[in-house]
Every structure is written in structure tokens, then in C-alpha cells.
Write a protein that binds this ligand. Structure first.
Ligand SMILES: [Cu+2]
Length: 178
């Protein structure tokens, strides 16, 4: 039991370290850069946090900050349609993929524009990540059919098309101009 607890603590620390690495890769802020926000809801309709997209040099900086979610490692992606109908959130469509790539940062033919690192949620139900998506634009994110942030039940293997075997969709939020 103690071993399990210690291993979990170690994983949590790794998650935080990964977060910091992404922070350092963030592009410089753009003066007057547009911001879009998505309030994330669980399948039961509970507010579980938010995702924010901010224009930065060369792309979009995306942050996710959640609470009240199941502990573990969860795939998180921007999906191509701005619609989050409970309870399965299938209405958000597939991953945001304007350049026609395959899924995953470890896929030689990837990644999708909307692919993100895994979101690690601690035993307190909280988790956060920040990453810059090179080439992503606010105009693309907020196009006519919109876009949505989706968090999945399982870990994204960052390679298997189309969604890294990350399982069911457990939280969803539609991006809107802020
Ligand atoms: Cu997804």
C-alpha cells in the first residue's frame, strides 16, 4: 500500500515537471492578442474547470485547469466542433485537424493541430497543463463551426490514430471569444 502511494506521488511530480517544460516552450505574448475561454463540464453537467487559448507568437498557448475530476492521466484535445452535448460529447466531432495529419506527437505522420500532452489529475481532483500549439490560429479555433476542449477517461498514447486510445469523453467545453 505504501509503495503504491509513493509511486502515485512520484507520478504526480513527473506530471508537474512536464508542465514546467511546456511552460518554458511558450511563445511570447502578442500585444492585444485575442483570448478564448471554454468552461468545461462533466457528463453530469458539473463545472469542472476551464481551458484558455491565447494568441502568442507563432501559435496559440492553451492552458487547462480542472477540479473535481477523477485522478489519473487523461488525454486532452481540441476537437473540431464547438458543441458539447451530454452525455458522451460525441457532438464535438473528431480532433481539430486542419492540416490533415495523423494523431499524436509520437506519430511520424502527426500530430493533429488540436493534440495536447496528457492532463495529469492528482488525488485532490485537480490538474493543469499549459502548452503552445505552433501554427494554430484564433481564426481557426473560432471558425464557423467552432471548437471544443475535450478531456478523456484514459491516457493518450500520443500515437494511435485517431485519439490515442484515450477512451470515453468525460468533460467538454466550447471555446468562445473572451
Ligand atoms: Cu480527444
Amino acid at each position: 500500500m505504501r509503495g503504491t502511494t509513493m509511486m502515485f506521488a512520484g507520478l504526480t511530480l513527473l506530471g508537474l515537471a512536464g508542465c514546467n517544460e511546456h511552460e518554458m516552450k511558450t511563445g511570447a505574448p502578442v500585444a492585444g492578442g485575442a483570448v478564448a475561454v471554454a468552461t468545461l463540464h462533466s457528463a453530469a453537467g458539473k463545472d469542472v474547470g476551464r481551458a484558455t487559448a491565447t494568441e502568442v507568437a507563432g501559435g496559440l498557448r492553451i492552458t487547462i485547469d480542472v477540479h473535481g475530476m477523477p485522478a489519473g492521466t487523461h488525454g486532452a484535445h481540441i476537437h473540431t466542433l464547438g458543441r458539447c452535448d451530454p452525455t458522451d460529447f460525441a457532438s464535438a466531432g473528431g480532433h481539430w485537424n486542419p492540416t490533415g495529419m495523423k494523431h499524436g506527437s509520437m506519430n511520424p505522420a502527426g500530430p493533429h493541430e488540436g493534440d495536447m500532452p496528457n492532463l495529469v489529475i492528482g488525488s485532490d481532483g485537480r490538474g493543469a497543463i499549459g502548452v503552445t500549439l505552433p501554427g494554430a490560429t484564433m481564426a481557426g479555433l473560432l471558425d464557423a463551426d467552432g471548437s471544443a476542449m475535450v478531456v478523456h477517461a484514459g491516457r493518450d498514447d500520443l500515437m494511435t490514430d485517431p485519439s490515442g486510445n484515450s477512451g470515453a469523453r468525460i468533460a467538454c467545453g466550447v471555446f468562445g471569444a473572451s
